[in-house]
Design a protein around this ligand. Sequence first.
Ligand code: ATP
Ligand code: MG
Length: 212
Amino acid sequence: MITIALSKGRIFEETRPLLAAAGIHPAEDPEASRKLIILTNREDVRLLIVRATDVPTYVQHGGADMGIAGKDVLIEHGGDGLYQPLDLRIARCQMMVAVREGYDYAGRVKEGARIRVATKYVNTAREHFASKGVHVDLIKLYGSMELAPLVGLADAIVDLVSTGGTLKANGLVAVEHITNISSRLVVNQASLKTKRKLLQPVFDVFAGAIKE
Ligand code: ATP
Ligand code: MG
């Protein structure tokens, strides 16, 4: 049996064609179903539906043999105990620093001011600002980061940006690129040894189905 951990939404939708290429068809639509274990047409493959941030944890501890997680989530998790054989190039976006329109980010940095940064990506943010020698106070949030600069909770946010539509709708602008993000295949290290025969064909099909 192979157990694959996935999150609903964007990652599930972009993984569906990869699964199909491997001959794996979910028996139910996880968006419509309340079930957290979704069976497939293959008796030896099942899907676990978990929060995006929980995918590495399930795979690390063997709750799932493999999973698909964003690089953003993997950086925060640390990647301990995970084998990461493939960048699937799905769910692509950028990790950026953004501020309110009119906020002089470059000027504040130049003065050596302390900048208050709200984000759910505290490890990524800490590392980024430390490497640039920028002094920051980090404020941990779990979502809707765009709100923080609008109500004076923070001067800046670190968040994922794809089209920039959400930033724009909230009067924010991106001022610094941190890193490119995409989703990766993560595999439990014990499963890799004990279930190689089952897993390898799936890796091979996924590798062949990656879009440029
Ligand atoms: P929720 O939105 O339910 O709180 P979440 O933010 O963890 O959960 P998603 O927004 O579905 O879940 O994001 C899941 C993954 O998709 C992220 O970890 C990231 O890798 C990727 N992602 C997030 N935002 C974007 C985006 N705008 N464009 C492309 N990929 C994205
Ligand atoms: Mg989200």
